[in-house]
Design a binder for this molecule. Structure first.
Ligand SMILES: Cc1ncc(COP(=O)(O)O)c(C=O)c1O
Length: 427
């Protein structure tokens, strides 16, 4: 008998959540009929408390790259609990050293240094601090529509919706449109510390950068003496069919930020990985960036297991094969419904299903749930449905996703007059 799921039931969970956690979210979910409360979860599947089984093609943005409760990850944590705890972040740690060595081995060039955090936002904050500390410059250039988290510095590199109510914000940030290296060239000054980008911006709906985009940015940064920070929180750890998303573009960033999937969906941990040269600053300021729970020793054990599984023979090949199958299936839907669907974006299993209207993304999310699929629209590019299944899916799962989306698309097509109602509901 489950002891932690199904104990309240859906209605009671909604009521308590409304009363004690977030009245606003509950009211929004109720208003649009999105009534999922997560119960059992196993592999690529989750079950809502009312018994519906959904294939998780949201994966919490890549947290569930290995599916839910991957048995080897769960076992690694269970074993670690017999000996370890969080550790003491003031002290030198075997587990933190071992994970950093493992990450360095998997990174190209001299990306050999690691600072740990708990969340992605915290790890981005540290990347920005390091860039400012190392260069002695202030400006951070970021892409409009990006999402890097809601902590003090990361939030400034995001959209107004997330940051406007919390002004005054940290100064020194400048935005440019994503995908246009000329605007970056024009924006960089002698006071620019770093260009901060998601390799492919997920929350913006996965717009693909031009092929030479990162090469040009790398050149601009090298010429102007600023750093390139790539947020690989969603694109990292195999999601795109390569271990790191930036490998597709032939560049090596100065700082890489990892989060989400590093946790195996089991134990929160994030990491900021940076080049040897940048250690110059940290050597002089070794006690400036502190995080009690950052790089918990239990989390390090979990993350090492995640890296081991992700780098096994055939793992990335599966991502590429399934990604291609999925893309082909979704392209057929685009051909069948040209007035509703525009294109299939992305790479590997990092896929954006682009519709022709800002309301269709949310409508498709709702319809997908009713077809047995959890997939959510991109919040800063709502015409796009993000399709991010676990990287361990097989051919049968791909067919299931395509069939679920076929039903969902057909439903949206039949009910497209709901678009205006949806537009007025989404905050
Ligand atoms: C690309 C990217 N960067 C940063 C973050 C922030 O991570 P966290 O929610 O762990 O702070 C997210 C979260 O969705 C993200 O998608």
């Amino acid at each position: 008998m489950p002891r932690f799921t199904g104990i309240l039931g859906k209605d009671k969970a909604f009521e308590l959540y409304w009363r004690h956690v977030s009245s606003g979210r509950v009211e929004f979910y109720k208003s649009v009929g999105f009534d999922v409360v997560l119960g059992r979860r196993e592999g690529v599947w989750v079950w809502s408390l009312d018994g519906r089984r959904l294939l998780d093609a949201h994966s919490n943005g890549g947290v569930y790259n290995l599916g839910h409760r991957h048995p080897e990850v769960v076992e690694a944590l269970r074993e670690a609990l017999d000996e370890l705890d969080i550790g003491n972040h003031h002290l030198v740690s075997e587990q933190r050293a071992l994970l950093a060595e493992g990450l360095s081995r998997l990174m190209p060039g001299d990306l050999n240094r690691v600072t740990y955090s708990v969340s992605g936002g915290e790890a981005v904050d540290f990347a920005i601090k390091l860039a400012r500390g190392y260069t002695g410059r202030k400006e951070i250039i970021y892409a409009r529509g990006a999402y890097h988290g809601t902590t003090g510095l990361a939030i400034v590199a995001g959209e107004d919706y997330y940051k406007k109510p919390f002004e005054p914000l940290a100064p020194g940030f400048k935005s440019v449109p994503f995908g246009d290296a000329d605007t970056i060239e024009a924006a960089v000054t002698r006071d620019t510390a770093a260009v901060l980008l998601e390799t492919i911006p997920a929350t913006l709906g996965m717009p693909m950068p031009p092929n030479d985009y990162y090469k040009r940015i790398r050149e601009i940064c090298d010429e102007k003496g600023c750093l390139l920070i790539l947020d690989e929180i969603q694109t990292g750890l195999g999601r795109t069919g390569r271990l790191w998303g930036f490998e597709h573009y032939g560049v090596i960033p100065d700082i890489v930020v990892l989060g989400k999937g590093l946790s195996g969906g089991i134990y929160p941990i994030s990491a900021t990985v940076y080049r040897d040269e940048l250690d110059d600053f940290m050597r002089r300021h070794p006690f400036t960036h502190i995080s009690t729970f950052g790089g918990s020793e239990l989390g390090c054990v979990v993350a090492r297991k995640v890296l081991e599984i992700t780098t096994r023979r055939g793992f990335l090949e599966n991502v590429r094969i399934r990604g291609e199958e999925l893309r082909r299936g979704l392209l057929r839907l685009v051909e069948e419904y040209p007035s509703l669907l525009e294109e299939v974006r992305g790479i590997g299993l990092f896929i954006g299903f682009k519709t022709r209207d800002e309301a269709y993304g949310p409508l498709l999310s709702l319809a997908a749930i009713n077809s047995g699929l959890l997939a959510v629209y991109a919040n800063n590019g709502r015409s796009v449905l993000q399709v991010l299944p676990p990287l361990i899916i097989d051919g049968g799962h791909v067919e299931y996703i395509i069939e679920s989306l076929r039903k969902a698309v057909a439903w949206v097509y039949e009910n497209r007059e709901l678009a205006s109602a949806v537009r007025s509901l989404i905050p």
